[in-house]
Design a protein around this ligand. Sequence first.
Ligand SMILES: [Zn+2]
Length: 245
Amino acid sequence: MIFARRAIDDALWREAIGEFPVFDRLSETDIERLKVLAERFIRRKSIEGAQGLEIEAWMEAEIAAQACLPILGLDLDYYRGWRSLIVHPGGFLVRHSYEDEDGVVHEVCEERIGEAWDEGPVIVSWEDIDASRRGGEEGVNVIIHELAHKLDALNGTTNGMPPLHRDMDPARWSSDWSEAYEALCRRLDEERAPPIDEYAAESPAEFFSVASEYFFALPEVLRDAYPRVYEQLARFYRQEPIARP
Ligand SMILES: [Zn+2]
């Protein structure tokens, strides 16, 4: 006889939920549903430590809980096509090459805190997961950021537009997002303080991921700055963080 292992111990789950303010808005029912998803996530995905980092059960619970928050209104199937979530102790170096205007290829090493490969693993830094704990940096969540890139990539291109639901209008999505993106870029050009992390102005794809972090972690800030973006995300994620008790 095979006994299904309960992937996450109840006490560890409670601690994981209590550690991160991003869960404060969830109802008891949501927290129960999130646990079921997180247990499925742990069974289907492989959460691996890199550079000697050992992933203990409590860390696994914290990672899976945050990873599943964006798909609480969707399904685990939205994370299809990849298997590993790799956790480095801190920022990690990534070597990549680019071609300049003269056609010369340069190789550079850059430090990253997270990365999502096309059809490959998600890589995050534990130090930066730590930063989104209670009392840490507000509005920041490296796991949600990288998994938003994975959702964005589901329709083949990482361009700031994930596959929309049938009741959503792609033209409306594009105009709402471009308007907000241009407003953010204009604001930065005028050297005025941006309402959300300026990294969002890197590209429409980064805007989608940074807006997703705010949607879950600081939804009021996102709604006040870009109400249409907030509304589009509420439709896509099928969640209403502000309306929650
Ligand atoms: Zn990014």
